[in-house]
Design a protein around this ligand. Structure first.
Ligand SMILES: Cc1cc2nc3c(=O)[nH]c(=O)nc-3n(C[C@H](O)[C@H](O)[C@H](O)COP(=O)(O)OP(=O)(O)OC[C@H]3O[C@@H](n4cnc5c(N)ncnc54)[C@H](O)[C@@H]3O)c2cc1C
Length: 450
């Protein structure tokens, strides 16, 4: 590709890689600027690969009939998503969830993007807002100079808060004489759940001693800018949950209900679950165990978990920054910055949350931009669809005063009329979404009919 381009994308993460792919497939020439590999990095990334997954290896539920993120997967696949294609190709067992071998996944995205004739990947950090068509997808750890430039342009400043990441354990250091394999909540194969999770059981005394150790354990100090920033509820550190009350963890990630321990024939009082993290099955992620305990304390306290007495940790938990803009106030319905409409935003910086949602917003930003560059206009997907619901939340559905990052969920869609049983309701949401998505797709694929 020559140096000329139609649009620049800043940030080659989950959203930027997807957006570059979508635009390139639409025949547009893309300059993808990624600072990793050019002398810069973030506090969380470990490689120079595009679309690196910095924490969990899961794209969450792949159930398109009963789950909003599963529905989002389906919509993305229909739109030719590179992220979903690479995820499907590097899938590891995780019951009804879509979990991937993170290295294989990122390597495939990098290969596909770098070899596309319409994409030039440039390893450079961008510090200012360009005047040509641009998509900014620099994620929760946006370079500080660019963040300052965004704050100066918007006058609002980027909001900041922090998430926490979970430890990863070497499989051969887990005592399977104590732990056992089961489906996530022992749901069995009827819900697509193989025995994919390792379970470490605790009795009552062990559990309460563990909670006390969490409460007493030494935590990483807050930095000044972090002190008053709230947690995202879906990614709350375990020690913060433990502080909320002695039973909180037992009703959250340590719930033992329904999990028959084959050695006792009974449910454990509490349980720690681990999910496979790489294709080889050598690394296992402690599910829901995000933490900001000091590293030495994590090793000491987590080795009190039955089955993990000799655990070797491939990675320990930690805290991180998460920057996002006040999208409901700043962006229009096509993800353009109202004050500077040559700039679009995509990914987690828009205030969606998660790998899948970030990539989905990358698809939308790219398709809106492609239509505009063609001299056309793409109507947004209906709010009954997963993509439309997510977009609606970001660009107007949410209250600008209290805007917080959000995973896709049925609560972002218009309520269904009438009363339905819970199981039927989920199916009714996804049935309605599929129909609405099909109608939108016809319009998207035949713009001349508009
Ligand atoms: C520590 C941590 C743990 C997380 N855990 C999870 C999890 O378990 N599950 C989950 O679904 N989500 C998790 N997230 C959220 C996760 O970041 C997003 O889901 C996803 O990566 C966001 O995609 P993105 O493309 O918006 O940003 P990213 O994937 O972060 O990509 C942004 C890219 O922009 C580049 N960049 C930044 N600034 C510049 C600049 N000025 N110039 C050029 N390039 C730049 C970065 O190097 C990066 O490659 C976590 C985030 C962090 C930070």
């Amino acid at each position: 590709m020559s140096d000329a381009f139609d649009i620049q994308i800043i940030g080659g993460g989950l959203a930027g890689s997807e957006a570059a792919w979508q635009l390139a497939e639409a025949g547009l020439r893309v300059r993808l600027s990624e600072m990793r590999g050019g002398g810069d990095t973030t506090p969380a990334h470990e490689s120079d690969r595009l679309a690196e997954m910095v924490c969990s290896n899961s794209f969450r539920s792949d159930d398109a009939e009963h789950n909003a993120v599963g529905l989002l997967h389906q919509e993305m696949r229909t739109l030719g998503s590179l992220i979903m294609r690479a995820a499907d190709a590097s899938r590891v067992p995780a019951g009804s969830a879509l979990a991937v071998d993170r290295e294989g996944f990122a390597a495939e995205v990098t290969r596909a993007v770098e070899s596309h004739p319409n994409i030039a990947v440039v390893r450079e950090r961008v510090d200012a807002l360009p005047d040509h068509p641009t998509i900014i997808s620099t994620g929760p750890l946006t370079g500080s100079k660019l963040a300052e430039a965004i704050a100066a342009e918007t006058g609002q400043g980027a909001l900041a808060f922090f998430d926490a990441i979970a430890p990863i354990v070497h499989r051969d250091s887990i005592d399977m004489g104590v732990a056992w394999m089961a489906a996530r909540w022992d749901r069995g194969s009827s819900e697509g759940g193989g025995k994919d999770y390792i379970n470490c059981p605790m009795d009552k005394d062990q559990y309460h001693a563990f909670v006390a150790a969490l409460n007493e354990g030494e935590k990483t100090e807050f930095k000044d800018w972090e002190r008053d920033t709230p947690y995202f509820e879906g990614c709350m550190p375990i020690e913060v949950m433990a502080e909320r009350g002695p039973e909180t963890l037992r009703y959250g990630p340590m719930k033992g209900v329904g999990l028959d321990n084959p050695r006792t024939g009974r449910w454990p009082y509490a349980v720690v679950q681990l999910r496979q993290d790489n294709a080889l099955g050598t690394l296992w992620n402690m599910v829901g165990f995000q933490t900001k305990l000091k590293h030495g304390e994590q090793v000491r306290i987590f080795r009190t978990i039955p089955g993990l007495e000799n655990a070797e940790f491939a990675r320990l938990g930690g805290i991180h920054r998460n920057s996002f803009i006040n999208s409901p106030r700043l962006l229009d319905g096509e993800l353009r910055l109202k004050s500077k409409p040559n700039i679009r935003f995509a990914g987690q910086i828009t205030g969606c949350e998660g790998y899948v949602e970030s990539a989905a917003v990358g698809i939308l930003a790219a398709r809106f931009a492609a239509a505009e560059l063609r001299g056309d206009r793409l109507p947004p997907p209906p709010v009954e669809t997963a993509m439309g619901a997510l977009l609606g939340h970001i660009t107007g559905g949410a209250d600008a005063e209290t805007f917080q990052p959000m995973n896709v969920n049925f609560g972002l869609m218009p309520p269904l009329p009438g009363r339905l049983k819970k199981g039927d309701r989920k199916k009714a949401y996804t049935d309605r979404a599929r129909e609405a998505f099909g109608g939108w797709l016809e319009r998207e694929r035949a713009p001349e009919l508009a």
